[in-house]
Design a protein around this ligand. Structure first.
Ligand code: NDP
Ligand code: OXD
Length: 316
């Protein structure tokens, strides 16, 4: 039940219908749906996804920004972003979705899903080479909340797993590499590349032809595979197409794109060796994410520390 002493929430979501967020958040607090609420001094919290730039800096008493997603590049894109703490999503439900996506895409490429889907309409009865998971190395760029859980699931299936991070990390069973110095060795030991990095100035455009050329293609799968569920701005799509055409890459699964929704004329839609999903690897389900967000607001008002804070310097 909303009380007048509580800070109000500005809900600013673009790209999808905010109705469920509105219903759930307003069960406990007063919520103002942007574009209402400009300059409202009683708004202390903003819950945002791709908010219009400028709306946050006009709130005189804004205390905390909550991202409805794990990624916060959509928040840092605002050049007028006020200097208040930013909380991002870390939730079992989201992690579960991403783990399912990664395992699904790795298994599908490994078990020749693309080849079989091409064979079936032609009624071809042919079994391509089938290496065991233990002969395949999956390299995960970004071993954070989502990368670590995906690594654990892949290890349980028998894959060898490498991880690449900004700072050195130790994850059970994962061979770790970090920084620019570790990148070439990480790629050279990787057959299937899974990208779960945030989009920051340091990672923008990192998935280019030169990087893909570093992957191990003389491998049990007959070529290197790319799976990107991090952000579209990490990848150079023209380079991915070139890499598929010149044999640098065998296949790719892409959930995220330089421009979203993926424009209708994009050749990625129809490439026979690319599997496209519409930024759906791990959906933010308000039924799971709104309650902990409200709990954090209550904790903050009791003077307790916020959890899952974004590091502004690192940009994620
Ligand atoms: P975390 O912040 O928990 O982890 C980020 C990881 O990336 C860390 O391991 C970090 O390294 C690493 N990293 C960051 N910058 C660099 C760099 N410059 N060089 C090397 N490694 C780097 O994020 P999550 O795991 O929660 O989420 C990752 C991303 O997944 C999100 O930012 C978002 O973009 C994307 N996402 C996509 C979804 C979808 O549906 N497609 C859904 C949810 C998230 P270190 O360990 O050293 O800090
Ligand atoms: C996220 C996303 O960042 O859905 O959570 O992309």
């Amino acid at each position: 039940m909303a009380s007048s002493s509580q800070g109000r929430i500005l809900l600013s979501v673009t790209g999808y219908n905010p109705r469920r967020w509105l219903e759930l958040l307003s069960g406990e607090r007063e919520v103002v749906l942007e574009p209402e609420g400009a300059e409202d001094p009683s708004i202390h919290f903003a819950v945002v996804w791709k908010h219009p730039h400028g709306v946050l800096s006009r709130l005189p008493n804004l205390k905390v920004i909550f991202s409805v997603g794990a990624g916060v590049d959509h928040i840092f894109a605002d050049p007028t972003l006020p200097d208040v703490p930013i909380v991002r999503v870390v939730a079992d439900n989201l992690t579960q979705y991403m783990t399912e996506y990664v395992v699904w895409r790795v298994l599908d490429h490994h078990r020749q899903g693309i080849a079989y889907r091409a064979q079936q309409p032609r009624k071809v009865w042919f079994e391509p080479p089938q290496p065991p998971a233990t002969d395949i190395s999956v390299g995960i760029m970004g071993l954070g909340q989502l990368g670590r859980a995906s690594a654990k699931a892949l290890l349980a299936l028998g894959y060898r797993v490498n991880g690449w991070t900004r700072t050195p990390q130790a994850t059970d069973g994962v061979t770790g590499f970090s920084g620019q110095d570790g990148l070439a060795d990480f790629l050279a030991a990787t057959d299937i590349l899974v990208v779960l990095l945030p989009h920051t100035p340091a990672t923008e455009g990192i998935i280019d032809h030169a990087l893909l050329s570093g992957l191990r293609r003389d491998n049990a799968l007959g070529g290197a595979i790319l799976i990107n569920a991090g952000r579209g701005k990490l990848q150079k799509e023209a380079d991915i197409l070139r890499a598929l055409d010149d044999g640098t890459l065998k296949e790719a699964s892409l959930d995220v794109f330089e421009v979203e929704p993926l424009p209708e004329p994009s050749p990625l839609w129809t490439h026979p060796r690319i599997f496209v999903t519409p930024h759906a690897a791990a959906t933010s389900d308000p039924a799971y994410l709104a309650p902990p967000m409200l709990e954090q607001m209550a904790r903050f008002e009791r003077g307790e520390p916020l959890q899952n804070l974004v590091n502004r310097d690192a940009g994620y």
